[in-house]
Design a binder for this molecule. Structure first.
Ligand code: AMO
Length: 439
């Protein structure tokens, strides 16, 4: 007998009301009423009501429990009071896997009343909650749209090693790995490899992969392992081309999420920005952005801001929302001291680099890179780096490397901000923080 998804049950109820169908899934709710058992079944599509004239039991006579996996056959019948306007009049029900009755997490409960630790500790159960699962349905659409947009522009997807000999984003945030008889590290970013692939002749590459940061702080915006959506391309003049590319990517992501994830957005009462409005997001130099953030802070009688810190990110996004109709702003021309050694200078103090701030949070960083071998050798000592420790980078630039640049978007942060999640950990299936290495 053909399996029908919960959400599709309405079709046979209308088109072939005399034909039995089969549904499978988990027991979301059980209600006994007037000798009849009403079971709400949950599958990957949604919920469906099953009406059982007899109490369902397994082969050893044990009754149905919440979260058991069942298979039921019966006639789909229209009933406007049932979810989706249809229910299944069950003729046969089988318990495929009976769940123990002592559930440590109430799947059908209100997630607002459950602590984040409980949600993360019982991930297999908490992900069964449709609202929590929706986060990862949306994330899948984000990743798909990111890749599809770049493929349409002739970017090649790459996968690079996460076990590396050293850091690229500043020395202190590396996880050490015991690697045979010497030390290795978990990659903070694919920075060196994506640049290598541009120089290798691919010219345009992207990567979707985990990145590792041994940051000790526990904040709603930091993970120790996150998914980095990385882009790198050759033959650019400045970071401005990269900002245009990122606007195109974000616009496509918003369009696809709005189109494919309507149900999921509704569960979170989330609204994605208008894809067209992305193109009017302002681009503002660091100094001007800092002044603006301070002017906004003064209006709110808040303390002076010395840097584009989380408070400035909030104020600048809110300003862009009011003035430009989208809470997205690109801040470019960051001072040299704020950027890694590989960043291309604009002048003695500023660099061709940028951050994207979306709904109060930095969601990406990027910029043009040094591609001239001699300029690179000159820059390294200013960052306290010995060129001998950067042999790979040096040889990358020594034998013909085009002007190039790129950026990386934090996948969980973008998901967090699209759905309005309080903590970035909610947007990671199995988040890693200082205390958490399981599940
Ligand atoms: P950066 O270090 O700014 O730049 O990281 C890029 C983006 O990745 C996300 N991100 C994080 N998300 C969650 N938890 C973290 N601990 C975390 N750290 C970073 C953020 C951030 O904007 N190589 C450069 C990118 C480039 O220039 O191409 C880099 O890694 O969204």
């Amino acid at each position: 007998m053909e399996r029908v998804l919960a959400l599709d049950l309405i079709a046979p109820a209308k088109d072939a009301p005399e034909k039995e169908v089969k549904v499978t899934g988990w027991v979301h709710r059980i209600r006994e009423f007037g000798g009849v058992t009403f079971v709400i079944l949950r599958d990957r599509s949604g919920l469906a009501q099953l009406v059982c004239a007899e109490k369902p039991v397994d082969s050893s006579g044990q009754g149905l429990t919440l979260e058991s996996v069942i298979q039921a056959e019966g006639l789909p019948v229209l009933n406007e009071k049932a979810p989706g306007g249809v229910e299944l009049a069950v003729s046969r029900i089988e318990i495929l896997s009976r769940a123990a009755p002592d559930l440590p997490y109430q799947v059908n409960g209100d997630i607002a009343k459950t602590g984040l630790d409980t949600i993360l500790d019982y991930r297999c159960l908490s992900l069964r909650n449709p609202k929590i699962r929706a986060i990862f349905k949306v994330q899948a659409v984000i990743i798909e749209a990111f890749a599809a947009y770049l493929r349409s522009l002739d970017f090649t997807e790459i996968k690079t090693s996460k076990i590396v000999g050293g850091g690229t984003e500043g020395g202190t945030e590396l996880f050490e790995v015991v690697y045979f008889d010497h030390k290795a590290y978990l990659a903070q970013s694919p920075q060196f490899y994506k640049e290598t692939m541009v120089a290798s002749g691919l010219e345009r590459v992207f990567e979707i992969a985990p990145a590792y940061r041994a940051e000790k702080h526990d904040t709603p915006r930091h993970l120790n392992e996150y998914v980095s959506l990385d882009v790198e391309m050759g033959f650019i003049e400045s970071e401005k081309e990269l900002i245009e590319l990122e606007k195109g990517i974000l616009s496509h992501i918003f369009e696809e999420v709005a189109r494919k994830s309507r149900k999921e957005l509704e569960l979170w009462s989330a609204v994605v920005p208008d894809p067209d409005a992305v193109h009017s997001a302002p681009v503002m130099g660091y100094e001007e952005a800092l002044k603006l953030a301070n002017a906004e802070a003064a209006k709110a009688s808040s303390a002076r801001i010395f840097d584009i810190n989380p408070e400035a990110e909030r104020l600048l996004s809110a300003w862009a929302g009011r003035e430009k109709g989208i809470e997205l702003i690109f801040v470019n021309e960051f001072p040299r001291r704020h950027r890694p050694f590989y960043t291309y200078p604009l002048d003695a103090h500023r660099t061709m680099s940028f951050d994207a701030l979306f709904r109060g949070l930095e969601i990406s960083t990027g910029g043009k890179r040094l591609h001239d071998y001699n300029a690179f050798l000159e820059a390294l000592p200013k960052f306290g780096i010995n060129p001998e420790d950067m042999e790979g980078y040096c040889s990358l630039l020594k034998y013909g490397c085009p002007p190039h640049g790129g950026f990386a978007i934090g996948c969980e942060r973008l998901t967090q901000k699209i759905l309005g999640l309080a903590n970035v950990k909610e947007a990671s299936l199995f988040p890693r923080d200082r205390k958490r290495t399981t599940p």
